[in-house]
Design a protein around this ligand. Sequence first.
Ligand SMILES: [Zn+2]
Ligand SMILES: [Zn+2]
Length: 344
Amino acid sequence: MATMSIAAGTMKVAQISKRGGAFEVVEREIPNPARGQVRIKVQACGVCHSDELVKEGAWPGIQYPRIPGHEVVGVVHEIGDGVSAWKIGQRVGVGWHGGQDGTCLYCRRGDFGNCRNVQIPGISYDGGYQQYMIAPVEALAAIPENLDSVEAAPLLCAGVTTFNSLRSSGARPGDLVAVQGIGGLGHLGIQYARKFGYKVAAIGRGSGNAALAEKLGANVYIDSKATKPAEELQKLGGAQVIIATAPNSKAMSALIDGLAPNGKLMVIGAAFDPIEVTPLQLISGSRSLQGWWSGTPADSEDALRFSELTGVRAMIETYPIEKAGEAYARMMSGDAQFRVVLTM
Ligand SMILES: [Zn+2]
Ligand SMILES: [Zn+2]
C-alpha cells in the first residue's frame, strides 16, 4: 500500500506565485509521496520571519509558485517506497532542515546541517502552508505526545534555534546569559535560558516588557531605551553569552562590550546589514562572535522533548490557512504576541 496511491482529491494551499507577490489561497491536487518521502496531513504551520525570503524572493534560485512554511506539524498520511521508520498516523514535524544529500564532505562528517546541498522546506520544495505536504524522511522529527500540534509548530524553528544555540554556546549553569530581543525568538530564548540554569538578563526596548520578561524567567530586565545594555551587563560582571535574537545589527554591535572575558555573542536574528566590531573589542577578553542556524530534525526532537519536560511554550496567535496573508502581515508587523501559527 506504500505506493501508487491515487491522489485523494484536492486541497487548499497558500502560495506565492511571483517574487513580491501576495498570498493566494488556491486549490491543488493532493500530491503523492515518491520513494523516501511521506505525505503529511498538515495540522499547523508556524509563520516565521524567514518566510519573507520566499515572499520577497530574497533566496537565490527560488522557483514559483512556492508554498512557504518550515514550522510544520501534522500526521503521516501516506508513505512512499523505502520508508520504514515512520508510520501512517504518526505525528511528525518539519523544521528548517528539510533534507541533505548524504554525500558531500559535511554529510560524510555527519554535519548534516551544513550539507552543501541542504534542502529547506518552503524554499527548495513546497512547505507547510497547505493541507497536505510532501517531505523526505530526512526532514522528519517525531512530536512528543504531550505537545499539541499548534504548540509544537513554532518549536520547530524558533524553538530549536534558541534551544540549540544556547546549548551550543558554552554557557554553564549559573553563568550570566543575556537574551537580546523579546519577540518570537527571544521569548523562547528567555525560557530556555532559565530552564538551563543560567542567570538570565533579558534586553528589551522600553519598560513595558519588564513584567513579561520576568514572567518568562528573566532574573534581570535591561531596558535598552533607558540604559546602555553593555554597561548594565558589565555591572553584573559581564555576560558569558549574549543571544542576539532581534534582527538589528546596530543593537547587536552595541552589546559586544557587555561580554565577560571569553564571552560570546551568539547571533541568530537574521539581518542583512553589518555588525560593527573592532579587532580590539574582540582581542581584549578573548571575546568571540558566532552565528547559529537552526538545527537538524534530531535537534528539533531534543528541543521538543525538553519543552515537553520543562513547560517551555511559545505564546501563539492562530489564523486559519484562508487568512495566510493576514497572518503573514501580522507576523511582519512585529506586533504579534509572539508566534503566528496557521491551522488547516
Ligand atoms: Zn524559521
Ligand atoms: Zn551533504
